[in-house]
Design a protein around this ligand. Sequence first.
Ligand code: NAD
Length: 207
Amino acid sequence: MRYHRVPDETIKRLPIYLRGLLLAAEEGRKRISSQQLAEYLRLNPWQIRKDFSFFGGFGKRGVGYDIQQLTRQIKKILRLDVVNRAALVGIGNLGSAVLAYPGFGMYGFEIAAAFDSDPVKVGKEVNGVKIEGVSKLRRLKARNITLGIIAVPRQAAQETADALVKAGVKGILNFAPCHITVPKRVKVITIDFVMDLARLPYYIPAS
Ligand code: NAD
């Protein structure tokens, strides 16, 4: 089901709520109120209830949320209730770290393919995934891969995005520090944590 008129900011917070719920479940909790979830995540309970109201509120007032049920509902909204297979392109410093990271499974992600243009890297295996040459980056749809992750240098980011789109991916997570252009039907999220770092010193008082 596709919900309409849900603000992007709400969608941005849903994975944060999900993470809180998964951690609470890990601690053996069964139910949680919006107040408790807010304390857990250092957020505002009013914000949580408002965000949930876009999806009908999830549960009765006063009794708290059933953690398992709410987890299922949020996963379904985010389409994390199925395994989302991703192709990673660029297995350098960042790409290798992404490929080795064990934390994707919790959210149903699987890095199912890895590509690099460097012939020295092609054929090597990282975390059970064999690195393929970029010439193999096609027909990802047939391999049930719907997401692409770009970890190539900035200069190669657009051509990589073009190849991923041509191969059939529907969403791209771009680590390269540049804008990439894709058809409207494809969703791109660019992550540039250096830009976050670049505004951090502003908040630090001069000594
Ligand atoms: P890197 O040079 O270590 O790795 C880049 C990899 O991409 C190499 O293995 C290279 O062979 C491969 N590559 C180059 N052109 C390609 C192409 N056309 N197709 C497929 N593979 C190709 O670089 P890195 O440090 O891993 O950074 C990767 C990207 O992430 C860069 O855009 C960088 O700006 C960005 N980034 C990196 C970091 C970090 O901590 N390393 C942090 C923020 C952003």
